[in-house]
Design a protein around this ligand. Structure first.
Ligand SMILES: Nc1nc2c(ncn2[C@@H]2O[C@H](COP(=O)(O)OP(=O)(O)OP(=O)(O)O)[C@@H](O)[C@H]2O)c(=O)[nH]1
Ligand SMILES: [Mg+2]
Length: 430
C-alpha cells in the first residue's frame, strides 16, 4: 500500500529488466514518485525473463545487496511479476522488504487519486483482480506443503474475494453509465464532443483550461455535469476522473472532455475498469491526441504509439497536438513533428501554457467536427411554432426567422438536430 501524502515518502530501489534495448527508468521513477516513493538506487539488466525471479538469479542477489546497503524498505520492479516471482524476490531481499511490480504501483496511484464513487469501486475491483491469482498461488503452495487447514481458510479467502468482485460489479451496474446517458442528452441538445486524450502529464488538463476558460460563454445552473476544475500538476496520473467543460470552437457548441492519461503496460483490467475515459474518447466527434514535445523523439514515438493503440476505436477524427512547444527551438520542434510521419499524422504544435497557436488548433478541431447543413423550416404562425423556434435557438445556429402567415426559420445544424426539428414541425402542423 502506498503511503499517503501526509506521510514521508519511503525509499525505494528501482529494478528493471528489458530483453534487448537498454533499460530506461525515467518513467518508472516518476510512477514511483507519484505513488509516494523516493527512488534511491536502481538495478537494471538486459536478458530474457528468468522463471524464478524475473531478473536473473545473480541480478536478484545484487538487488538484495543494494536494498541492504541503502536500507530501502521497498523494491519497485518495472516488469510484471507473477505471484511466485514476487514471493521469490521478497525472500531474496532483506526481511520486511516490500516488492511491488509496475502493475501494483499503478493500482496504488489510482487508489490514492480516485475521487468519485465510481472510480473508487473500479480501483477496488482492479486490485482484487490483481490479488486473486496471487492468493491462489499461495494456496497451491501451502497445499503442496499439505497444510490442509490453510487450504480451508485459503479457499474461503478466494470465495470472499470472488464474492466481493461480484458485489462491486453489481454496485457499478447500479451506478449506471451516467456519463453515457448525459452524453446522449447533450447530443440531442446539439452539442458536439471533443476529447483530449494522450499520455499522462502531457498537458491535457492545461489545454482544457485554455480551450474552455477563454470561450466558456455561459455558465448555467442546470449543467451540474459540467465541471469547473481539472487539476494540473507535474505529476503522473493527476487526472483520474473525466472532466467536461463547455467551449465554443469556431461557432460550434462543443463539450471538451479531459481524460485520464495513458501509460505503457497499463494493466488490462484497469483499462477495462477505467473505460469511462475510453468511452468518452471513443464516442467523441473529435479526439485530440496530445503529446509532449519536450520528450525525446524516441520516447515521443513510443507514447504516441501507446495512445494510438488505445484510440483504436475512436469514432471521430484523431487530431495530433504537440504541446509544450515553448520548451523547444524550431529545429527541435521540426524533429518532433517528423516523429509523427510514421503514424501518418500531421501534428499541430501548440503551447497551452503560453497560449501559442491555440487558434489554429481550434480551427482544426472545428474542421474535424461532423458536417453541419443549412436548411429551412416552415411552420404555421402560432404559439407552437414559437416553441419550435426557441428549441432551435438552443440547438442550432439560427440564421434568420421571418414571420408572416407562416414562420420561416433558416438555420444550420447537425443532421440529427434537423431530423428532430422536422419531426417537431410535423406535430405542430397537425
Ligand atoms: N512548458 C510547458 N509546460 C506545460 C504546458 N502544458 C502543460 N505543461 C505542464 O505540464 C505538467 C502537466 O500538465 P497537466 O495539464 O496536469 O497534464 P495532464 O496531461 O493533464 O496530466 P495527467 O492528468 O497527470 O495525465 C504541468 O506541470 C503543466 O504546467 C506547455 O504548453 N508548456
Ligand atoms: Mg490531467
Amino acid at each position: 500500500m502506498s503511503p499517503d501524502a501526509s506521510t514521508q515518502s519511503r525509499d525505494a530501489v528501482i529494478a528493471k529488466r528489458t530483453v534487448d534495448d537498454r533499460p530506461t527508468t525515467d518513467e518508472i521513477r516518476k510512477l514511483a514518485d507519484a505513488a509516494g516513493y523516493d527512488p534511491v538506487a536502481e538495478v537494471t539488466q538486459i536478458r530474457s525473463e528468468a522463471a524464478a525471479t524475473n531478473l536473473g538469479p545473480g541480478k536478484a542477489e545484487e538487488l538484495a545487496e543494494v536494498v541492504a546497503e541503502t536500507d530501502a524498505g521497498v523494491v519497485v520492479v518495472d516488469n510484471d511479476l507473477s505471484a511466485s516471482q514476487t514471493r521469490e524476490l521478497v525472500e531474496t531481499c532483506p526481511e520486511g522488504t516490500e516488492v511491488l511490480d509496475r502493475h501494483r504501483l499503478v493500482l496504488d496511484i489510482f487508489e490514492e487519486q480516485a475521487g468519485s464513487k465510481r472510480a473508487k469501486l473500479q480501483v477496488e475491483r482492479a486490485q482484487l483482480e490483481y490479488d486473486l491469482p496471487r492468493i491462489r498461488e499461495r494456496i497451491t503452495r501451502e497445499l503442496a506443503g499439505e497444510n490442509l487447514a490453510h487450504d480451508e481458510k485459503g479457499g474461503q479467502r478466494v470465495r470472499d474475494v470472488e464474492q466481493r468482485i461480484d458485489e462491486l460489479d453489481r454496485k457499478l451496474a447500479e451506478l449506471g453509465d451516467d456519463a453515457e446517458t448525459r452524453r446522449e442528452r447533450r447530443r440531442e441538445e446539439g452539442f458536439e464532443f471533443v476529447a483530449l486524450a494522450g499520455y499522462t502529464n502531457v498537458g491535457k488538463s492545461t489545454l482544457l483550461h485554455r480551450l474552455a476558460d477563454e470561450l466558456d460563454f455561459e455558465t448555467d445552473d442546470d449543467h451540474e455535469d459540467l465541471d469547473g476544475t481539472a487539476e494540473i500538476e507535474d505529476r503522473l496520473f493527476k487526472t483520474l476522473d473525466t472532466t467536461t467543460r463547455r467551449a465554443t470552437i469556431g461557432d460550434r457548441r462543443t463539450l471538451v472532455t479531459d481524460t485520464v492519461g495513458f501509460v505503457d503496460d497499463l494493466p488490462h483490467e484497469l483499462v477495462e475498469s477505467f473505460h469511462g475515459t475510453l468511452s468518452a474518447t471513443e464516442s467523441a466527434d473529435c479526439a485530440v491526441l496530445v503529446a509532449d514535445a519536450s520528450d525525446p523523439p524516441a520516447e515521443l514515438r513510443r507514447k504516441v504509439e501507446t495512445s494510438l493503440d488505445l484510440l483504436e476505436d475512436a469514432e471521430g477524427e484523431v487530431l495530433a497536438v504537440l504541446n509544450k512547444a515553448d520548451l523547444l527551438d524550431a529545429d527541435e520542434l521540426a524533429e518532433r513533428e517528423r516523429a509523427f510521419e510514421a503514424f501518418s499524422l500531421d501534428p499541430i504544435a501548440v503551447s497551452a501554457v503560453e497560449d501559442w497557436n491555440l487558434d489554429t488548433l481550434r480551427e482544426r478541431i472545428a474542421d474535424a467536427l461532423p458536417d453541419r447543413r443549412e436548411t429551412e423550416l416552415r411552420l404555421p404562425n402560432d404559439d407552437d411554432a414559437m416553441s419550435v423556434v426557441s428549441w432551435l435557438y438552443d440547438r442550432a445556429d439560427v440564421r434568420d426567422v421571418t414571420y408572416g402567415d407562416e414562420v420561416r426559420v433558416e438555420f444550420a445544424a447537425k443532421e440529427s438536430v434537423i431530423e428532430k426539428a422536422r419531426a417537431k414541425a410535423e406535430t405542430v402542423d397537425v
